[in-house]
Design a protein around this ligand. Structure first.
Ligand code: NAI
Length: 480
Protein backbone atom coordinates (compact mmCIF):
# COMPACT_ATOMS: atom_id res chain seq x y z
CA UNK A 1 0.00 0.00 0.00
CA UNK A 2 1.03 3.58 -0.33
CA UNK A 3 2.49 3.05 -3.81
CA UNK A 4 0.12 3.78 -6.65
CA UNK A 5 -1.09 0.60 -8.29
CA UNK A 6 -0.74 0.81 -12.05
CA UNK A 7 -3.95 0.26 -13.94
CA UNK A 8 -6.18 1.52 -16.75
CA UNK A 9 -9.85 0.62 -16.41
CA UNK A 10 -13.14 2.45 -16.98
CA UNK A 11 -13.90 3.57 -13.42
CA UNK A 12 -12.77 2.25 -10.05
CA UNK A 13 -16.10 3.36 -8.56
CA UNK A 14 -17.60 0.28 -10.26
CA UNK A 15 -15.54 -1.98 -7.99
CA UNK A 16 -18.25 -2.62 -5.44
CA UNK A 17 -20.69 -3.85 -8.09
CA UNK A 18 -17.94 -6.01 -9.49
CA UNK A 19 -17.09 -7.40 -6.07
CA UNK A 20 -20.68 -8.53 -5.49
CA UNK A 21 -20.69 -10.32 -8.83
CA UNK A 22 -17.33 -11.92 -8.10
CA UNK A 23 -18.65 -13.19 -4.75
CA UNK A 24 -21.60 -14.86 -6.47
CA UNK A 25 -19.34 -16.24 -9.20
CA UNK A 26 -17.06 -17.80 -6.58
CA UNK A 27 -20.01 -19.82 -5.39
CA UNK A 28 -20.44 -21.16 -8.93
CA UNK A 29 -16.73 -21.89 -9.45
CA UNK A 30 -16.04 -24.90 -7.22
CA UNK A 31 -12.98 -25.96 -9.22
CA UNK A 32 -11.12 -22.70 -8.66
CA UNK A 33 -12.18 -22.46 -5.01
CA UNK A 34 -11.03 -26.03 -4.34
CA UNK A 35 -7.63 -25.22 -5.84
CA UNK A 36 -7.36 -22.14 -3.60
CA UNK A 37 -8.03 -24.28 -0.56
CA UNK A 38 -5.73 -27.10 -1.59
CA UNK A 39 -2.76 -24.87 -2.40
CA UNK A 40 -3.23 -22.14 0.23
CA UNK A 41 -0.21 -23.30 2.27
CA UNK A 42 1.97 -24.67 -0.49
CA UNK A 43 1.85 -21.43 -2.58
CA UNK A 44 2.94 -23.23 -5.76
CA UNK A 45 2.96 -20.03 -7.82
CA UNK A 46 5.21 -18.06 -5.45
CA UNK A 47 7.77 -16.27 -7.58
CA UNK A 48 5.70 -16.54 -10.77
CA UNK A 49 5.01 -13.33 -12.71
CA UNK A 50 1.99 -14.01 -14.89
CA UNK A 51 1.02 -11.84 -17.87
CA UNK A 52 -2.62 -12.57 -18.66
CA UNK A 53 -4.44 -11.78 -21.90
CA UNK A 54 -7.96 -13.15 -21.55
CA UNK A 55 -11.45 -11.58 -21.61
CA UNK A 56 -11.61 -9.43 -18.43
CA UNK A 57 -14.93 -10.75 -17.12
CA UNK A 58 -16.28 -11.57 -13.67
CA UNK A 59 -15.19 -15.20 -14.13
CA UNK A 60 -11.70 -14.11 -15.11
CA UNK A 61 -11.60 -12.01 -11.95
CA UNK A 62 -12.03 -15.22 -9.95
CA UNK A 63 -9.22 -16.81 -11.99
CA UNK A 64 -6.90 -13.85 -11.37
CA UNK A 65 -7.56 -13.86 -7.65
CA UNK A 66 -6.96 -17.62 -7.56
CA UNK A 67 -3.55 -17.16 -9.19
CA UNK A 68 -2.77 -14.47 -6.61
CA UNK A 69 -4.00 -16.72 -3.77
CA UNK A 70 -1.50 -19.34 -4.97
CA UNK A 71 1.37 -16.87 -4.71
CA UNK A 72 1.64 -15.36 -8.20
CA UNK A 73 2.13 -11.74 -9.18
CA UNK A 74 -0.23 -10.94 -12.04
CA UNK A 75 -0.84 -8.26 -14.69
CA UNK A 76 -3.88 -8.49 -16.94
CA UNK A 77 -5.35 -7.30 -20.24
CA UNK A 78 -8.40 -8.47 -22.15
CA UNK A 79 -7.98 -10.45 -25.37
CA UNK A 80 -10.80 -8.63 -27.13
CA UNK A 81 -11.73 -4.97 -27.45
CA UNK A 82 -15.38 -5.53 -26.44
CA UNK A 83 -15.27 -8.34 -23.87
CA UNK A 84 -14.30 -6.52 -20.67
CA UNK A 85 -16.88 -6.17 -17.91
CA UNK A 86 -15.84 -2.82 -16.52
CA UNK A 87 -17.08 -3.59 -13.01
CA UNK A 88 -15.01 -6.80 -12.90
CA UNK A 89 -11.90 -4.96 -14.08
CA UNK A 90 -12.41 -2.30 -11.41
CA UNK A 91 -12.93 -4.87 -8.66
CA UNK A 92 -9.72 -6.71 -9.57
CA UNK A 93 -7.71 -3.48 -9.44
CA UNK A 94 -9.23 -2.47 -6.09
CA UNK A 95 -8.81 -6.01 -4.72
CA UNK A 96 -10.86 -7.71 -2.00
CA UNK A 97 -9.35 -5.49 0.72
CA UNK A 98 -8.63 -2.21 -1.05
CA UNK A 99 -10.77 0.78 -1.89
CA UNK A 100 -11.12 2.91 -5.04
CA UNK A 101 -8.97 5.53 -3.26
CA UNK A 102 -6.36 2.96 -2.31
CA UNK A 103 -6.44 0.04 -4.71
CA UNK A 104 -4.58 -3.03 -3.50
CA UNK A 105 -5.37 -5.60 -6.15
CA UNK A 106 -3.82 -6.43 -9.51
CA UNK A 107 -2.77 -4.12 -12.36
CA UNK A 108 -5.44 -4.46 -15.04
CA UNK A 109 -5.39 -2.71 -18.40
CA UNK A 110 -8.81 -3.30 -19.97
CA UNK A 111 -12.12 -1.60 -20.64
CA UNK A 112 -15.13 -2.34 -22.81
CA UNK A 113 -14.80 -0.63 -26.17
CA UNK A 114 -11.06 -0.24 -26.65
CA UNK A 115 -9.73 0.97 -29.98
CA UNK A 116 -7.20 -1.32 -31.66
CA UNK A 117 -4.22 0.90 -30.72
CA UNK A 118 -5.51 0.95 -27.13
CA UNK A 119 -5.93 -2.83 -27.20
CA UNK A 120 -2.31 -3.41 -28.25
CA UNK A 121 -1.12 -0.79 -25.77
CA UNK A 122 -2.90 -2.77 -23.02
CA UNK A 123 -1.32 -6.02 -24.21
CA UNK A 124 2.08 -4.34 -24.07
CA UNK A 125 1.45 -3.18 -20.48
CA UNK A 126 1.07 -6.73 -19.16
CA UNK A 127 4.54 -7.52 -20.50
CA UNK A 128 6.24 -4.63 -18.69
CA UNK A 129 6.78 -4.99 -14.97
CA UNK A 130 7.72 -2.02 -12.81
CA UNK A 131 11.28 -3.19 -12.07
CA UNK A 132 12.05 -3.50 -15.78
CA UNK A 133 11.57 -7.25 -15.69
CA UNK A 134 9.08 -9.16 -17.80
CA UNK A 135 6.70 -11.98 -16.97
CA UNK A 136 7.82 -15.56 -16.33
CA UNK A 137 4.59 -17.00 -17.69
CA UNK A 138 1.91 -16.00 -20.20
CA UNK A 139 -1.71 -16.98 -19.81
CA UNK A 140 -3.11 -16.41 -23.27
CA UNK A 141 -6.46 -16.60 -25.05
CA UNK A 142 -6.15 -16.49 -28.81
CA UNK A 143 -2.39 -16.00 -28.79
CA UNK A 144 -2.12 -12.22 -29.07
CA UNK A 145 0.19 -11.85 -26.05
CA UNK A 146 2.45 -14.62 -27.35
CA UNK A 147 2.39 -13.11 -30.84
CA UNK A 148 3.47 -9.73 -29.48
CA UNK A 149 6.51 -11.20 -27.70
CA UNK A 150 7.57 -13.43 -30.61
CA UNK A 151 7.11 -10.77 -33.28
CA UNK A 152 8.68 -8.10 -31.09
CA UNK A 153 11.76 -10.24 -30.56
CA UNK A 154 11.96 -11.26 -34.22
CA UNK A 155 11.81 -7.69 -35.51
CA UNK A 156 14.19 -6.51 -32.83
CA UNK A 157 16.76 -9.07 -33.97
CA UNK A 158 16.20 -8.14 -37.60
CA UNK A 159 16.94 -4.57 -36.59
CA UNK A 160 13.69 -3.19 -38.04
CA UNK A 161 9.96 -3.50 -37.89
CA UNK A 162 8.57 -4.20 -41.39
CA UNK A 163 6.83 -1.28 -43.07
CA UNK A 164 3.07 -1.60 -43.23
CA UNK A 165 1.75 -2.51 -46.68
CA UNK A 166 -1.43 -1.02 -47.99
CA UNK A 167 -3.13 -4.44 -48.29
CA UNK A 168 -2.25 -5.37 -44.68
CA UNK A 169 -5.28 -5.76 -42.41
CA UNK A 170 -5.87 -2.75 -40.16
CA UNK A 171 -4.95 -4.68 -37.02
CA UNK A 172 -1.60 -5.82 -38.44
CA UNK A 173 -0.69 -2.18 -39.10
CA UNK A 174 -1.51 -1.42 -35.47
CA UNK A 175 0.71 -4.29 -34.27
CA UNK A 176 3.60 -3.02 -36.40
CA UNK A 177 3.17 0.47 -34.97
CA UNK A 178 2.86 -0.80 -31.39
CA UNK A 179 6.13 -2.73 -31.65
CA UNK A 180 7.84 0.13 -33.46
CA UNK A 181 7.02 2.60 -30.71
CA UNK A 182 7.88 0.13 -27.94
CA UNK A 183 11.32 -0.41 -29.50
CA UNK A 184 11.83 3.32 -29.71
CA UNK A 185 11.47 3.41 -25.92
CA UNK A 186 13.65 0.35 -25.27
CA UNK A 187 15.47 -1.31 -28.20
CA UNK A 188 16.15 -4.62 -26.40
CA UNK A 189 12.79 -4.96 -24.74
CA UNK A 190 11.38 -8.00 -26.50
CA UNK A 191 14.54 -10.11 -26.44
CA UNK A 192 14.69 -9.55 -22.69
CA UNK A 193 10.99 -10.30 -22.22
CA UNK A 194 11.20 -13.46 -24.35
CA UNK A 195 14.21 -14.74 -22.40
CA UNK A 196 12.37 -14.44 -19.11
CA UNK A 197 9.35 -16.48 -20.19
CA UNK A 198 9.24 -20.11 -19.14
CA UNK A 199 6.04 -20.98 -20.92
CA UNK A 200 2.53 -20.13 -22.00
CA UNK A 201 -0.81 -21.76 -21.37
CA UNK A 202 -3.34 -21.16 -24.15
CA UNK A 203 -7.09 -21.10 -23.69
CA UNK A 204 -8.75 -21.40 -27.09
CA UNK A 205 -8.88 -23.45 -30.30
CA UNK A 206 -7.64 -20.60 -32.47
CA UNK A 207 -4.71 -19.78 -30.15
CA UNK A 208 -3.71 -23.42 -29.93
CA UNK A 209 -3.83 -23.65 -33.72
CA UNK A 210 -1.41 -20.71 -33.91
CA UNK A 211 0.93 -22.40 -31.39
CA UNK A 212 1.16 -25.65 -33.38
CA UNK A 213 1.87 -23.63 -36.52
CA UNK A 214 4.59 -21.66 -34.72
CA UNK A 215 6.17 -24.84 -33.39
CA UNK A 216 6.16 -26.46 -36.85
CA UNK A 217 7.85 -23.36 -38.26
CA UNK A 218 10.48 -23.58 -35.49
CA UNK A 219 9.43 -20.18 -34.14
CA UNK A 220 8.15 -21.17 -30.71
CA UNK A 221 10.63 -20.02 -28.06
CA UNK A 222 9.12 -21.57 -24.93
CA UNK A 223 6.94 -24.59 -24.13
CA UNK A 224 3.20 -24.22 -24.39
CA UNK A 225 0.36 -26.00 -22.68
CA UNK A 226 -2.74 -26.45 -24.80
CA UNK A 227 -5.49 -25.92 -22.24
CA UNK A 228 -8.20 -25.92 -24.91
CA UNK A 229 -7.81 -29.62 -25.61
CA UNK A 230 -8.25 -30.66 -22.03
CA UNK A 231 -11.51 -32.58 -22.28
CA UNK A 232 -12.89 -30.56 -19.38
CA UNK A 233 -12.24 -27.41 -21.43
CA UNK A 234 -13.19 -27.88 -25.07
CA UNK A 235 -15.97 -30.43 -24.53
CA UNK A 236 -17.54 -28.19 -21.87
CA UNK A 237 -16.72 -24.49 -22.32
CA UNK A 238 -16.79 -24.54 -26.12
CA UNK A 239 -19.99 -26.55 -26.29
CA UNK A 240 -22.09 -25.95 -23.17
CA UNK A 241 -20.68 -22.47 -22.63
CA UNK A 242 -21.68 -21.37 -26.14
CA UNK A 243 -25.01 -23.19 -25.77
CA UNK A 244 -25.69 -20.72 -22.97
CA UNK A 245 -24.00 -17.52 -24.10
CA UNK A 246 -24.85 -17.48 -27.83
CA UNK A 247 -28.53 -17.04 -27.04
CA UNK A 248 -27.71 -14.54 -24.32
CA UNK A 249 -25.78 -12.42 -26.82
CA UNK A 250 -28.49 -12.57 -29.49
CA UNK A 251 -31.21 -11.69 -27.00
CA UNK A 252 -29.41 -8.79 -25.36
CA UNK A 253 -28.46 -7.41 -28.77
CA UNK A 254 -31.72 -7.77 -30.65
CA UNK A 255 -34.48 -9.42 -28.62
CA UNK A 256 -35.71 -10.93 -31.88
CA UNK A 257 -37.74 -14.10 -31.35
CA UNK A 258 -35.68 -17.14 -32.31
CA UNK A 259 -38.51 -19.71 -32.33
CA UNK A 260 -39.89 -20.55 -35.77
CA UNK A 261 -37.02 -18.84 -37.55
CA UNK A 262 -34.27 -20.28 -39.72
CA UNK A 263 -30.81 -20.17 -38.20
CA UNK A 264 -27.63 -21.13 -40.05
CA UNK A 265 -24.64 -22.21 -37.95
CA UNK A 266 -21.36 -22.24 -39.88
CA UNK A 267 -19.06 -24.90 -38.40
CA UNK A 268 -20.11 -27.94 -36.40
CA UNK A 269 -17.10 -28.35 -34.14
CA UNK A 270 -17.27 -28.05 -30.36
CA UNK A 271 -18.63 -24.49 -30.50
CA UNK A 272 -21.00 -25.05 -33.42
CA UNK A 273 -22.54 -28.09 -31.70
CA UNK A 274 -23.48 -26.00 -28.67
CA UNK A 275 -24.79 -23.14 -30.83
CA UNK A 276 -26.96 -25.41 -32.98
CA UNK A 277 -28.41 -27.11 -29.92
CA UNK A 278 -29.25 -23.78 -28.28
CA UNK A 279 -30.95 -22.39 -31.38
CA UNK A 280 -32.92 -25.60 -31.82
CA UNK A 281 -33.84 -25.43 -28.15
CA UNK A 282 -35.42 -22.05 -28.83
CA UNK A 283 -37.48 -23.56 -31.63
CA UNK A 284 -35.45 -22.42 -34.62
CA UNK A 285 -35.00 -24.58 -37.71
CA UNK A 286 -31.24 -24.98 -37.77
CA UNK A 287 -29.09 -25.49 -40.85
CA UNK A 288 -25.40 -26.33 -40.52
CA UNK A 289 -22.55 -25.64 -42.95
CA UNK A 290 -19.34 -27.70 -42.74
CA UNK A 291 -16.19 -28.43 -44.73
CA UNK A 292 -15.28 -31.59 -42.80
CA UNK A 293 -17.26 -34.67 -43.85
CA UNK A 294 -17.12 -36.14 -40.34
CA UNK A 295 -18.63 -33.05 -38.71
CA UNK A 296 -21.12 -32.70 -41.57
CA UNK A 297 -22.27 -36.28 -40.99
CA UNK A 298 -22.48 -35.65 -37.24
CA UNK A 299 -24.72 -32.66 -37.89
CA UNK A 300 -26.94 -34.72 -40.17
CA UNK A 301 -27.16 -37.51 -37.59
CA UNK A 302 -28.11 -34.94 -34.97
CA UNK A 303 -31.02 -33.99 -37.20
CA UNK A 304 -29.80 -30.80 -38.84
CA UNK A 305 -29.97 -29.97 -42.53
CA UNK A 306 -26.44 -29.62 -43.89
CA UNK A 307 -26.11 -27.17 -46.75
CA UNK A 308 -23.83 -24.63 -48.39
CA UNK A 309 -24.23 -21.09 -47.14
CA UNK A 310 -24.88 -19.64 -50.61
CA UNK A 311 -27.77 -22.07 -51.10
CA UNK A 312 -29.62 -21.18 -47.91
CA UNK A 313 -28.48 -17.67 -46.97
CA UNK A 314 -31.54 -16.08 -48.59
CA UNK A 315 -33.91 -17.83 -46.20
CA UNK A 316 -31.90 -17.39 -42.98
CA UNK A 317 -33.08 -15.14 -40.15
CA UNK A 318 -29.83 -15.73 -38.23
CA UNK A 319 -26.36 -16.57 -39.51
CA UNK A 320 -23.79 -17.48 -36.86
CA UNK A 321 -20.16 -18.33 -37.62
CA UNK A 322 -18.31 -20.77 -35.36
CA UNK A 323 -15.46 -21.99 -37.54
CA UNK A 324 -12.16 -20.37 -36.54
CA UNK A 325 -11.72 -19.94 -40.31
CA UNK A 326 -11.70 -16.72 -42.34
CA UNK A 327 -14.01 -15.19 -44.96
CA UNK A 328 -16.79 -17.65 -44.13
CA UNK A 329 -19.44 -15.00 -44.71
CA UNK A 330 -18.57 -12.77 -47.67
CA UNK A 331 -20.14 -9.51 -48.85
CA UNK A 332 -21.88 -11.57 -51.57
CA UNK A 333 -23.52 -13.69 -48.88
CA UNK A 334 -24.50 -10.59 -46.93
CA UNK A 335 -26.03 -8.94 -49.99
CA UNK A 336 -28.18 -12.06 -50.48
CA UNK A 337 -29.45 -12.15 -46.89
CA UNK A 338 -33.06 -11.47 -45.90
CA UNK A 339 -34.06 -7.99 -44.81
CA UNK A 340 -33.19 -7.50 -41.09
CA UNK A 341 -31.43 -10.86 -40.82
CA UNK A 342 -29.06 -11.07 -37.82
CA UNK A 343 -25.41 -11.86 -38.50
CA UNK A 344 -22.95 -12.70 -35.76
CA UNK A 345 -19.71 -14.51 -35.07
CA UNK A 346 -18.83 -16.60 -32.02
CA UNK A 347 -15.40 -17.74 -33.25
CA UNK A 348 -12.30 -16.11 -31.79
CA UNK A 349 -11.30 -13.55 -34.42
CA UNK A 350 -13.28 -11.03 -36.45
CA UNK A 351 -12.19 -12.37 -39.84
CA UNK A 352 -14.90 -15.07 -40.09
CA UNK A 353 -17.27 -12.42 -41.38
CA UNK A 354 -15.59 -10.21 -43.99
CA UNK A 355 -16.36 -6.91 -42.28
CA UNK A 356 -13.77 -5.01 -44.29
CA UNK A 357 -15.44 -6.31 -47.46
CA UNK A 358 -18.85 -5.23 -46.16
CA UNK A 359 -17.58 -1.72 -45.53
CA UNK A 360 -16.36 -1.56 -49.15
CA UNK A 361 -19.76 -2.43 -50.67
CA UNK A 362 -20.65 0.67 -52.73
CA UNK A 363 -23.00 3.06 -50.90
CA UNK A 364 -23.65 0.69 -48.00
CA UNK A 365 -24.86 2.63 -44.91
CA UNK A 366 -24.01 1.79 -41.31
CA UNK A 367 -26.17 2.94 -38.40
CA UNK A 368 -25.42 2.25 -34.75
CA UNK A 369 -28.58 0.90 -33.11
CA UNK A 370 -26.68 0.70 -29.81
CA UNK A 371 -23.09 -0.15 -28.92
CA UNK A 372 -22.07 -3.45 -30.57
CA UNK A 373 -25.26 -3.60 -32.68
CA UNK A 374 -25.17 -2.10 -36.19
CA UNK A 375 -27.60 -2.03 -39.05
CA UNK A 376 -25.99 -2.15 -42.49
CA UNK A 377 -28.30 -1.04 -45.30
CA UNK A 378 -27.70 -1.88 -48.95
CA UNK A 379 -28.73 0.35 -51.82
CA UNK A 380 -31.87 -1.71 -52.50
CA UNK A 381 -33.15 -0.73 -49.03
CA UNK A 382 -32.68 -4.11 -47.36
CA UNK A 383 -30.56 -4.19 -44.22
CA UNK A 384 -28.81 -6.71 -41.99
CA UNK A 385 -28.02 -6.48 -38.27
CA UNK A 386 -24.37 -7.19 -37.47
CA UNK A 387 -23.42 -8.02 -33.88
CA UNK A 388 -20.21 -6.82 -32.20
CA UNK A 389 -18.74 -5.67 -35.52
CA UNK A 390 -18.03 -9.31 -36.31
CA UNK A 391 -16.18 -10.01 -33.06
CA UNK A 392 -17.30 -12.77 -30.74
CA UNK A 393 -20.87 -11.84 -29.93
CA UNK A 394 -21.29 -13.82 -26.73
CA UNK A 395 -18.65 -11.64 -25.10
CA UNK A 396 -19.36 -8.45 -27.04
CA UNK A 397 -23.15 -8.41 -26.67
CA UNK A 398 -23.41 -10.39 -23.42
CA UNK A 399 -21.01 -11.40 -20.67
CA UNK A 400 -19.58 -14.62 -22.08
CA UNK A 401 -19.94 -18.04 -20.56
CA UNK A 402 -21.45 -18.58 -17.12
CA UNK A 403 -19.24 -19.17 -14.10
CA UNK A 404 -19.72 -22.89 -13.64
CA UNK A 405 -18.38 -23.84 -17.06
CA UNK A 406 -15.52 -21.34 -16.74
CA UNK A 407 -14.59 -22.93 -13.43
CA UNK A 408 -13.60 -26.08 -15.32
CA UNK A 409 -11.73 -24.17 -18.03
CA UNK A 410 -9.89 -22.01 -15.53
CA UNK A 411 -9.06 -24.88 -13.17
CA UNK A 412 -7.17 -26.30 -16.16
CA UNK A 413 -5.49 -22.92 -16.65
CA UNK A 414 -4.37 -22.80 -13.02
CA UNK A 415 -3.03 -26.38 -13.18
CA UNK A 416 -1.21 -25.52 -16.42
CA UNK A 417 0.41 -22.47 -14.82
CA UNK A 418 1.48 -24.57 -11.81
CA UNK A 419 2.93 -27.21 -14.14
CA UNK A 420 4.94 -24.63 -16.08
CA UNK A 421 6.14 -22.91 -12.92
CA UNK A 422 7.07 -26.00 -10.88
CA UNK A 423 7.75 -28.82 -13.36
CA UNK A 424 9.11 -27.07 -16.44
CA UNK A 425 11.61 -29.91 -16.98
CA UNK A 426 8.68 -32.17 -17.94
CA UNK A 427 7.73 -29.82 -20.77
CA UNK A 428 10.31 -29.60 -23.55
CA UNK A 429 9.85 -26.97 -26.27
CA UNK A 430 6.59 -27.86 -27.98
CA UNK A 431 2.86 -27.86 -27.39
CA UNK A 432 1.57 -30.16 -24.63
CA UNK A 433 -1.79 -31.13 -23.20
CA UNK A 434 -2.31 -31.68 -19.49
CA UNK A 435 -2.13 -35.22 -18.10
CA UNK A 436 -5.42 -37.09 -18.10
CA UNK A 437 -5.27 -37.42 -14.28
CA UNK A 438 -5.55 -33.63 -14.08
CA UNK A 439 -8.42 -33.56 -16.56
CA UNK A 440 -10.34 -36.15 -14.55
CA UNK A 441 -9.53 -34.25 -11.37
CA UNK A 442 -11.03 -31.04 -12.78
CA UNK A 443 -14.24 -32.90 -13.63
CA UNK A 444 -14.31 -34.50 -10.19
CA UNK A 445 -14.14 -31.08 -8.52
CA UNK A 446 -17.40 -30.11 -10.21
CA UNK A 447 -19.53 -33.19 -9.58
CA UNK A 448 -20.83 -32.34 -6.11
CA UNK A 449 -22.26 -29.01 -7.31
CA UNK A 450 -24.49 -30.81 -9.79
CA UNK A 451 -25.39 -33.53 -7.28
CA UNK A 452 -23.70 -36.19 -9.38
CA UNK A 453 -22.73 -39.36 -7.54
CA UNK A 454 -19.93 -41.23 -9.20
CA UNK A 455 -19.89 -45.03 -9.31
CA UNK A 456 -16.65 -46.58 -8.09
CA UNK A 457 -15.02 -49.55 -9.77
CA UNK A 458 -14.33 -52.62 -7.67
CA UNK A 459 -10.77 -53.93 -7.78
CA UNK A 460 -11.96 -56.84 -9.91
CA UNK A 461 -13.79 -54.56 -12.36
CA UNK A 462 -10.76 -52.32 -12.61
CA UNK A 463 -8.55 -55.33 -13.32
CA UNK A 464 -11.00 -56.49 -15.98
CA UNK A 465 -10.88 -53.08 -17.71
CA UNK A 466 -7.14 -52.79 -17.19
CA UNK A 467 -7.33 -49.45 -15.38
CA UNK A 468 -6.58 -48.27 -11.87
CA UNK A 469 -9.49 -47.90 -9.45
CA UNK A 470 -8.58 -44.21 -9.16
CA UNK A 471 -8.21 -43.66 -12.92
CA UNK A 472 -7.29 -42.54 -15.50
CA UNK A 473 -10.23 -44.37 -16.97
CA UNK A 474 -9.70 -43.90 -20.67
CA UNK A 475 -6.76 -44.34 -23.06
CA UNK A 476 -5.24 -41.21 -24.66
CA UNK A 477 -6.96 -41.92 -27.99
CA UNK A 478 -10.45 -41.94 -26.50
CA UNK A 479 -12.51 -39.01 -27.87
CA UNK A 480 -15.38 -38.55 -25.40
P1 NAI B 1 -13.44 -26.78 -33.99
O1 NAI B 1 -12.22 -26.96 -34.79
O2 NAI B 1 -13.90 -27.85 -33.06
O3 NAI B 1 -14.69 -26.43 -34.93
C1 NAI B 1 -14.66 -25.58 -36.03
C2 NAI B 1 -15.44 -26.29 -37.14
O4 NAI B 1 -15.60 -25.40 -38.23
C3 NAI B 1 -14.71 -27.52 -37.67
O5 NAI B 1 -15.54 -28.65 -37.59
C4 NAI B 1 -14.37 -27.14 -39.11
O6 NAI B 1 -14.41 -28.27 -39.98
C5 NAI B 1 -15.44 -26.13 -39.45
N1 NAI B 1 -15.07 -25.19 -40.50
C6 NAI B 1 -13.85 -24.65 -40.76
N2 NAI B 1 -13.91 -23.83 -41.81
C7 NAI B 1 -15.20 -23.82 -42.21
C8 NAI B 1 -15.89 -23.16 -43.26
N3 NAI B 1 -15.24 -22.33 -44.09
N4 NAI B 1 -17.22 -23.37 -43.39
C9 NAI B 1 -17.88 -24.21 -42.55
N5 NAI B 1 -17.27 -24.88 -41.55
C10 NAI B 1 -15.95 -24.69 -41.39
O7 NAI B 1 -13.23 -25.43 -33.17
P2 NAI B 1 -14.12 -24.91 -31.93
O8 NAI B 1 -13.51 -25.36 -30.67
O9 NAI B 1 -15.52 -25.22 -32.22
O10 NAI B 1 -13.85 -23.35 -32.02
C11 NAI B 1 -14.35 -22.55 -33.09
C12 NAI B 1 -13.93 -21.10 -32.86
O11 NAI B 1 -14.56 -20.62 -31.67
C13 NAI B 1 -12.44 -20.91 -32.61
O12 NAI B 1 -12.04 -19.67 -33.18
C14 NAI B 1 -12.33 -20.86 -31.11
O13 NAI B 1 -11.16 -20.21 -30.69
C15 NAI B 1 -13.59 -20.11 -30.77
N6 NAI B 1 -14.14 -20.26 -29.43
C16 NAI B 1 -14.98 -19.24 -29.01
C17 NAI B 1 -15.59 -19.30 -27.79
C18 NAI B 1 -16.46 -18.19 -27.36
O14 NAI B 1 -16.81 -18.11 -26.18
N7 NAI B 1 -16.86 -17.29 -28.22
C19 NAI B 1 -15.39 -20.44 -26.88
C20 NAI B 1 -14.53 -21.47 -27.43
C21 NAI B 1 -13.95 -21.37 -28.65
Amino acid sequence: TGTALEHRVRDLALAEQGRHQIRLAEHEMPGLMALRERFAHEQPLAGARIAGSLHMTVQTAVLIETLVALGAQVRWASCNIFSTQDEAAAAVVVGPHGSPEEPQGVPVFAWKGETLPEYWWCTTQVMLWPDGAGPTLILDDGGDATLLVLKGREWERQGAVPSPQQEDPEEWKVILETVRSSLAEDPQRWTRVAEGIRGVSEETTTGVHRLYQLHEAGELLFPAINVNDAVTKSKFDNTYGCRHSLIDGINRATDVLIGGKVAVVCGYGDVGKGCAEALRGQGARVIVTEIDPICALQAAMDGYQVARLEDVVGSADFVITATGCKDVVTPQHMAAMKDKAVLGNIGHFDNEIDMAGLARVPDVQRVEIKPQVHEWTFTDGRSIIVLSEGRLLNLGNATGHPSFVMSASFANQVLAQIELHTRIESYPLGVHTLRKELDEEVARLHLASVAADLTELTKEQAGYLGVDVAGPFKPEHYRY
